[in-house]
Design a protein around this ligand. Sequence first.
Ligand code: IVH
Length: 692
Amino acid sequence: MNSANAEIMDLVARLAEYQRSYYVDGHSQVSDLEYDRLFDRLLALEAAHPELRRADSPTQRVGSDLDTSLAEREHTIPVLSLDKAYTAFELLQWIEKTEKKGESEVGIVIEEKIDGISIVLYYEDGLLDRAVTRGNGFVGNDVTENVKTIASVPLSIPTTVAVAVRGEIYLPKASFASLNAQMETPYANPRNLAAGTIRRIKSREVAMIPLEIFVYEGFWEGSGETHLEILSQLARWGFPLNKNLAYFHSDKERAAAELQQANITGIGASFEDLASFIEEETGRRGCLAYEIDGLVAKVNSIEARQRLGYTGHHPRWAMAYKFESPQAETVVEGIDVQVGRSGRITPVARLKPVQLAGSTISNVTLHNQDYIAMLELGVGDTVEISRRGDVIPAVERVLEKGEGAAIWQVPTHCPVCHTALVKGGAHTFCPNVHCPAQVRGRIEFFAGKGGMDIENFGPETIATLMELGVLADIDDIYRIDYEAVLGGQPGFGERKIALIRAGVDESKTRPFRTVLVALGIPELGKKGAQVLIEAGLDSMEKLLAVADANDTERLVSIKQIGERSAEVYIASLTDEAMRRRIASLAELGLSMEEARHETGDDQRFAGQVWCVTGSFEHFNPRSKAMDEVEARGGRTTGSVTSKTTHLLAGAGGGSKRARALEHGVTIVDEETFISLLNKEDKNLAKEQGELF
Ligand code: IVH
């Protein structure tokens, strides 16, 4: 305990000094990585020893200058979004209708719909004055310093008129793939990584991500008569335009000529070519260096645009065609805060129920504050949700802001126990280990499928027992007199109580590895438990000895265990409440060491791979023969492969015998097999087995 206290004091002093020099002197004494490592270590120690947490700990700075907070700026142009068509046919229909409404020949430009982050660049007196996110269309966030790190954004342009330029910031697919491969928590798509990046507080971190931009709309006094002219001027001022563009006009020659005149790279075509162009573009999607999620059709004539005007939300002069994908639109009706068993706070969006890929979705995780800020999400917003890999539904983006919906903020206090929350990396935690939500989470995890898998001991039973005040920690499960406590409770008949009792008793026979996982040590799942046991740490006694000696080295010497996990395991296993729980469970008779294999002594088939075929006199079914092999250290397979060393061939089984001959596999008959099993001298048997 004393050593933990000394380490906490040391970490608090060091981190405070690093913070001061970074925020006050503008100078980093340590790398961000090292800073985060120390910060995480402090958090882990404080979580394990809450009584040692100091009021001046850097982990207590909730809402301090460390928080991301980007200034808000009003837009001076309307930053609208686009109306959508979901089929190429609908888009064609819209173009036809718009053509007619335009009264004169308007011409239609089709651009790719870049799947990135919408941005408006404002230039004043020729200088980039500010870069503002779309926000709710009226007010967005100022991300100028970050946008300046994108090399292709002109910092100045040769004009003094006020210019606003709309564009899309994106991360090329290749950059995304290589960056994401190095991330601890990978992003689902390039857009999310780009959106997260553009909202970072430290612009030098942004500079390390190779973001790019395409611009597609420009606004200034006397900007010109057509969209093509505007694009042309933007290109001359040095803005990057997307070259995959097509211009459609009833007269194909004229379309090509206008493009040439504007000096714009693109395809000039007539309206008859529209359908095939859309089809080709859709097919090209996968080959592009960046993600697109559709196409945008826009009226070329500015005068016609003015005549067509706007609906409340969209311009009538443009239409997006969205490629098909498992996505749906719905409204965020609320954001609930869940407190996990480790105290981690998870915001969950409550959605207006919506059908998506065959099921009804009514809530979806929002992960943490950073994710919400990245989406610029608030209650009341209309969002697009998707099913990534058809499994976990996720909010992809905000389609429309609800009225007055500010970006939602994680509360400052735990909604369950009202303790002040603390920040740790990207997540927020309730530091109170006695928080009822944590207690319940711990018990539910212990009894659940991933833990002891206690039958008939679900969340409702747990809730009832907690309410009755008899279940405050996991060891109580094995102390409660269920008949006495639950008898007479509504919903708990005699039979049900008997089943609960039986489930609890039966769970006492679980092996040590299951008990170890069920304790809920962070990052210690089934795989981790197996690795520890295989590395010789096969009893609680041995594990606690390693933890008490703070022997991180012993743990990291195991190939699959990293330093971070080692520290977390030690912090958790030295935590007082955990120790009390372990001692209590041991006393109650739960397994605290891994049982040895009874068949372990006779390993005469070790290193051999046996395939069994045909029928046998003494081994019926033939799986009995396989069991004999496995019990003596051999492996069995269902077919003869290059790895097979022996074929045990009974009556029949022709094709396997042929394959065995082909591969030079030793073929053994039933009589020989029995003699191999019964050989007194194991080594001789092994040799003989190999000789066949
Ligand atoms: S034009 C008023 N052109 O799509 C019309 N938008 O759902 C302004 N987008 O918020 C938009 N590529 O972020 C336009 N070539 C493109 C685009 C594009 C991507 C995005 C933009 C907009 C969203 C509309």
